[in-house]
Ligand binder design. Structure first.
Ligand code: CMP
Length: 140
């Protein structure tokens, strides 16, 4: 089925100047960018996004990292988009990511792991609406 998923290019990958390289991978996989914005997240916005991880020991570092520089946020649309994007990203820990995945190629640690992608269709809907209003999404 055609799905939408939320993708974030994290501060480490923006700083490495590989936004275009990562976009090219989305496009080669037939994922369409139907919305995009670059933002420097506030602490409140980052904490709200990761609210489900609030009690995890890595929460503070995660919020610190995600607010350390601008991120590029996009909505990807396509057949099986949620799983397809997760396959493109590779495992959360870049040491465990398959060769050729975004994290294997561009990430340096489990915190600075280059990209975020929604993990299910339900969380994708929530994450997309956390960052984009419906008039900012351009189906095509
Ligand atoms: P992300 O998909 O953005 O969702 C939560 C983030 O927390 C995750 O990517 C990692 O970058 C970060 N993180 C740090 N430590 C861990 C951990 N032990 N398990 C899962 N995620 C972690």
């Amino acid at each position: 089925a055609t799905e939408r998923t939320l993708s974030i290019i994290k501060p480490d990958a923006v700083a490495k100047n590989v936004i275009g390289e990562i976009y090219a991978r989305f496009e080669r996989a037939d994922l369409k960018i139907v919305a995009a914005k670059m933002v420097h997240l506030s602490r409140e916005k980052a904490e709200g996004f990761y609210a489900e991880h609030k009690e995890r020991p890595f929460f503070k570092d995660l919020v610190e990292f995600m607010t350390s520089g601008p991120v590029m946020i996009q909505v990807l649309e396509g057949e099986n988009a949620v799983l397809k994007n997760r396959d493109l990203m590779g495992a959360t820990d870049p040491k465990k990511a398959e060769p050729g995945t975004i994290r294997a190629d561009f990430a340096s640690s489990i915190d600075a792991n280059a990209v975020h992608g929604s993990d299910a269709v339900e969380s994708a809907a929530r994450e997309v609406s956390y960052f984009f209003s419906s008039d900012e999404i351009c189906p095509r």
